[in-house]
Write a protein that binds this ligand. Structure first.
Ligand SMILES: Cc1cc2nc3c(=O)[nH]c(=O)nc-3n(C[C@H](O)[C@H](O)[C@H](O)COP(=O)(O)OP(=O)(O)OC[C@H]3O[C@@H](n4cnc5c(N)ncnc54)[C@H](O)[C@@H]3O)c2cc1C
Length: 816
């Protein structure tokens, strides 16, 4: 009996010590004391075993002992197996900063650190811009007209965007820019997402491009010249990195700049002769200044000893001799300005290099360092914005569209996609605004930017597909009345640009995060590079403590023992505790995968992607919980939070299960699965009752719907293009009155109290009024309501030859 008791106390004590990562001394003390008790009270075998355990802890855990025999061996093995970090990867790893992503990697997230990034409101000026200027700009857009009639934004909109400073949101006020916070930039882009061409046109110059590069690296002359001109739209920039041979692997670009002497403004100067071919360059067809990335060579040693200086970025005015620019590509769905740029032996002076000659060869570092912030904002904001419009339109349409005598929103099959859109939009908005908020606190989120870009644009793809489905033929039919179809078609643009999603998910999120966010791996690699044994010892044994700690936390939390205290209310707290549990399991599995696969993990992209999925879903859940914690929540929002958190945590657990199913080392996989999920799956998909409640709320004039479509263009001013969202909102406000009237009329018709030939709703309203079933007021109301409903159900039709570019080639069919 005593033996058993000693073993149980020893195991429980060790787990407790491991959970707290309390170090070797407490473990040593525990084993020595229990061993002594065993020997004194007659449990000699167990007592001796406990002392042997204490000996093992001492030789492995006490620095003075282990540094003599264990650490040198580990160091030698580590040097052999540690992945080689290429120069390109090193630059990516060094860019940006680590915040909440690092907490999730630690397996012991300190929620207060997240909450310390208190969210501030937009300034009055920023909010006014979102309310006014963004509404005016949105109100000039009709998707069909922009995409098909003119294949461009209207000229008055271009003028307005330039005049109001839309292209200078990131430019400081001293240069004439708006100097908006990251949150305000996001709010602007979310509102402009009502039209994808508008969103991209404004998003790109404010994201990665000359503006950002100049601000960070430009010489004073370059800043003074370009920034005021970019801020007020006198200059329209583009940035050319991609070409026919270099896409995702952008550093392989074959475009060259060779240092030589040449003529500039009649003078003989030192410069670069550029030969390049770029494609898919956004804004290129109308750009006045081109940011160009190329490989710089100095074969004649005119600058020094280095012949291959590396990737370099320069700013080149459009009218530079030899520049071929102006042709257009035709991106799917959207006619935003995009085209190729070519040049053969284009001579530019050296001071057109961004940052001057000093920054020659620093182009890749510059791009990577600038990329993270823009990538967190532009496309994720577009996804959040279009998702919220999709929700507004889908909720509105499914309420007014009646089939089988019911609004289709009342049908469970339709409720499923409606709730999904709501959850995706809710998560996307929380993620983008909360991450923008960390940027406003000075964080440069590198790994979250990859998470947001890929996850939210995938959400966008799902939201648009769901919204299309619930609209049926209404949005399949293109024309001026179709507010959704063109955005749906344009979706692959967001999936592909700024790091194509497949690569971002498979290669970057975990691949970069594992080293970047891990509390110890960077230190271990640095120790290896510097051949620094004491530094390695410190990092590796802290790392070991973390591994044991994560195992103990994941296992005990998986059994429901010792839930951590979290600073959230009773609705959010269980999800925060699940995040903590899965974060411990994630930390453990990340280490196990790295240790078991070593540098081979780079090639096992499917495993890396699943680890990335766990991290992504935990990150998104955390953003949601923070938003919930900080905001005034409305009726039904708790249900949406439950739905969203359960969806994300279920996805995280699913990724774990697929990881365990596919880890090549089966014994390791079984052990990890037993530790991380001792009771099997714990996070289930949301219950159907949540789906029904959310779908009803977002398809009626509810506080939840109003909150989800806050800060979208939902007003209708005179002179503006038709705003379907405003019309749906008005219809939903009226539908509470209309619904009982519909039911009364349908019941009377069913009973044969109205003429059988009254098949149209309008005819039934008249018949019901004549039969005294509804009064005069209700009849007037229903006539107006039905007229508006029919308008919103209607689609466009066109002349037979309307779509042929070459009208001459149209064959008129013989239909006689
Ligand atoms: C409309 C549009 C606008 C653009 N605007 C600009 C611009 O303004 N400036 C600019 O410089 N570029 C621009 N681009 C280029 C864009 O950034 C690239 O398209 C993108 O980087 C992907 O390159 P790619 O299309 O050549 O795909 P590829 O690199 O050929 O990739 C093909 C597929 O393979 C996947 N893949 C590639 N490598 C890996 C890997 N290691 N692991 C897993 N999967 C991988 C990709 O995810 C993709 O799915 C634009 C592109 C488009 C279509």
């Amino acid at each position: 009996m005593l033996e058993l008791l000693l073993i149980v106390v020893a195991l429980a004590g060790l787990v407790w010590i491991m959970r707290r990562e309390a170090g070797a001394l407490p473990a040593l003390g525990l084993l020595l004391i229990l061993g002594a008790l065993g020997i004194i009270f007659g449990a000699v075998t167990v007592g001796v075993l406990l002392w042997l355990g204490a000996l093992a802890v001492a030789v492995c855990g006490l620095p003075t002992l282990r540094r003599r025999w264990l650490t040198p061996r580990l160091f030698a093995a580590f040097k052999k197996s540690a992945p080689k970090v290429s120069e390109t990867e090193r630059i990516a790893l060094e860019a940006g900063s680590v915040a909440w992503d690092g907490e999730l990697f630690s397996g012991r997230p300190q929620w207060q650190r997240l909450l310390d990034f208190g969210t501030t409101q937009l300034s009055e000026e920023e909010q006014a811009f979102v309310d006014n200027q963004c509404s005016v700009a949105a109100g000039m857009c009709n998707a069909w007209e922009i995409a098909r009639t003119r294949a461009d934004l209207p000229p008055e909109l271009w003028d307005y965007l330039k005049r109001e400073g839309f292209f200078g949101m990131i430019i400081p006020k001293r240069y004439g820019g708006l100097e908006f916070s990251a949150k305000a930039q996001s709010a602007v882009l979310q509102k402009l997402a009502v039209n994808e061409t508008l969103m991209v046109t404004v998003g790109v110059p404010n994201s990665l491009g000359p503006g950002e590069l100049l601000l960070k690296y430009g010489t004073e002359e370059q800043k003074d010249h370009y920034l005021p001109r970019l801020a007020d739209g006198r200059e329209i920039p583009c940035f050319g990195l991609t070409g026919p041979r270099a896409g995702s692997d952008a550093t392989s670009l074959p475009d060259v700049g060779v240092v030589c002497r040449g003529k500039h403004n009649g003078e003989d100067v030192l410069g670069l002769k550029l030969t390049f071919e770029k494609r898919w360059i956004t804004l290129a067809p109308i750009a006045t200044v081109v940011g160009l990335a190329f490989r710089m060579f100095d074969p004649d040693g005119l600058l020094g000893d280095t012949e291959d200086l590396g990737i370099t970025c320069a700013l080149i005015p459009r009218n530079t001799q030899g520049m071929e620019i102006g042709r257009r590509h035709h991106p799917i769905g959207s006619p935003f300005m995009n085209g190729p740029i070519r040049g053969q032996d284009v001579f530019i002076p050296l001071d057109w290099i961004i940052g001057g000659t000093e920054m020659a060869g620093q182009g890749w570092r510059m791009l990577v360092e600038c990329l993270s912030v823009g990538r967190c904002i532009t496309l994720p904001s577009g996804a959040s914005g279009i998702g919220r419009y999709a929700l507004g339109w889908a909720g509105g349409y499914t309420r007014i569209r009646r089939q089988f005598n019911l609004p289709v929103a009342e049908m469970e099959g339709v409720q499923e996609p409606l709730a999904r859109i709501a959850a995706h939009a809710y998560i996307a908005q929380a993620a983008v605004m909360q991450t923008a908020n960390t940027i406003d606190h000075g964080v440069k989120p590198a790994v979250p930017s990859a998470i947001l870009k890929s996850q939210l644009t995938e959400f966008q793809r799902n939201m648009l597909a769901d919204a299309m489905d619930v609209h049926g033929g209404r949005t399949v039919t293109l024309g001026p009345r179709n507010y959704l179809g063109i955005a749906y078609a344009a979706n692959p643009v967001s999936i592909t640009v700024e790091g194509a999603n497949i690569m971002t998910r498979n290669l970057m999120i975990f691949g970069q995060g594992a080293i970047r966010c891990h509390p110890y791996v960077l230190d271990e690699l640095a120790a290896k590079d510097n051949d620094d044994l004491p530094a390695f010892d410190k990092a590796i044994f802290r790392h070991a403590g973390m591994v044991f700690g994560n195992a103990a936390r994941a296992f005990t939390l998986g059994l429901g023992i010792g839930k951590p205290s979290v600073p959230f209310d009773e609705i959010a707290a269980p999800y925060a505790q699940e995040v903590a549990r899965l974060s411990a399991a994630f930390g453990l599995c990340a280490d196990a995968a790295m240790a078991s696969l070593g540098s081979g993990l780079k090639k096992r992209e499917m495993l890396s992607a699943r680890l990335g999925d766990v991290l992504s879903n935990l990150y998104l859940t955390s953003m949601l919980l923070k938003q919930w914690h900080e905001s005034d929540n409305v009726e039904h929002e708790a249900t949406l939070l439950h739905y969203s958190c359960r969806t994300l945590l279920h996805r995280a657990e699913q990724a774990f299960i697929e990881l365990f199913d596919n880890l090549p080392n089966r014994a390791l996989a079984t052990t990890l699965s037993a530790i991380a999920m001792p009771l099997g799956r714990r996070c289930h998909k949301p219950h159907d009752r949540f789906t029904r409640e959310i779908a009803h709320a977002v398809s009626t004039d509810s506080a939840l719907r109003r909150k989800l479509i806050e800060n979208t263009w939902n007003t209708q001013e005179a002179g503006q293009k038709d705003n379907p969202l405003a019309r749906y909102n008005a219809l939903l406000a009226d539908s509470e009155r209309a619904e009982p009237l519909y039911r009364r009329i349908a019941k009377a018709y069913g009973k044969g109290e109205l003429p059988a030939e009254a098949l149209h709703p309008e005819q039934r309203v008249e018949a019901a009024w004549e039969a005294g079933l509804i009064d005069e007021d209700d009849a007037i109301f229903m006539r107006r309501f039905e007229r508006e409903v029919l308008e919103m159900l209607s689609v466009d039709d066109f002349a037979f030859d309307a779509f042929a570019l070459d009208k001459e080639s149209v064959v008129w069919h013989d239909t006689a």
